[in-house]
Design a protein around this ligand. Structure first.
Ligand code: HPA
Length: 243
């Protein structure tokens, strides 16, 4: 049984952190999902690069429902995901990791539920604790064990993208209590809750958000910061799996 999955965000495309990796294909009601399955410390682990293996799927076109459904079908109980984010909070700097504990949803055109009436009915899932407390604890302990600093709380504002934000939007998000801004965590976390899986995300700050940053943002800047911290995020994921 595959009980653990990694959803790799921007900059985390390589399943070779696992051993004995093979390609798998899962057919879901929402489409077919290509994923990799490998092993680490004797545990089977599934790996999905959220944007595709060559970053070809933009945030608003990711098949979130198919990805989560496929993992449920495999038997996954715990999902560790990574997300690249901009920061609105001066205490959360480029290169920092944040185990976010809340989100604010500013997406616009995404289907965020498996329950659209009909046979499956209507479900209003509770998101008081959207991110799984037990996997979050594993992340904190893993980070401590390997000496990586992780901010233990943070509010993730999810935008529709794929454009970056205006400084006026960033200023509004900061007033609303946001710490970080990204484009993918909703509906991923919500669907994982609906599927009764334990989900957490490790956000990696790649830049200060528009208007806070002194220069215009580029995707290259995001990738550069990700690249220089890939080794740390890999080690953190592996140490979390080991717990
Ligand atoms: N905004 C939205 N998404 C992001 C950012 C940002 O500044 N950086 C990385 N992902």
């Amino acid at each position: 049984m595959v009980k653990i999955a990694i959803i790799g965000g921007t900059g985390v495309y390589d399943p070779r952190i696992l051993n004995n990796v093979y390609q798998d294909e899962i057919v879901t009601p929402y489409g077919t999902v290509q994923l990799k399955v490998g092993e680490y410390v004797g545990r089977k682990v599934a790996f999905i690069p959220r944007h595709g293996s060559s970053h070809s799927i933009p945030p608003h076109l990711i098949n979130y429902r198919a990805n989560i459904w496929a993992m449920k079908q495999l038997g996954v109980e715990n999902i560790i995901s990574t997300t690249a984010v901009g920061s609105l909070n001066p205490a959360m700097k480029p290169g920092d990791f944040v185990a976010v504990d809340q989100f604010i949803d500013f997406t616009k055109g995404r289907i965020s539920t498996f329950y659209e009436g009909g046979e499956r009915g209507v479900v209003h899932v509770d998101v008081t604790n959207p991110y799984c407390p037990s996997v979050r604890q594993d992340v904190f302990q893993a980070a401590k064990a390997i000496g990586i600093k992780v901010h233990q709380t943070g509010v993730y504002v999810c935008t529709e993208g794929p454009r970056f934000e205006t400084p006026a939007e960033i200023s509004m998000f900061a007033k609303l209590g946001g710490d970080l801004v990204g484009m993918t965590n909703v509906p991923e976390v919500v669907l994982a809750r609906e599927a009764e899986m334990c989900y957490c995300t490790i956000s990696m700050v790649t830049n200060f958000a528009a208007g806070i940053s002194e220069s215009p943002l580029t995707h290259g800047e995001v990738l550069d910061t990700m690249r220089s911290n890939t080794e740390n995020i890999k080690q953190l994921i592996l140490a979390t799996i080991q717990r």
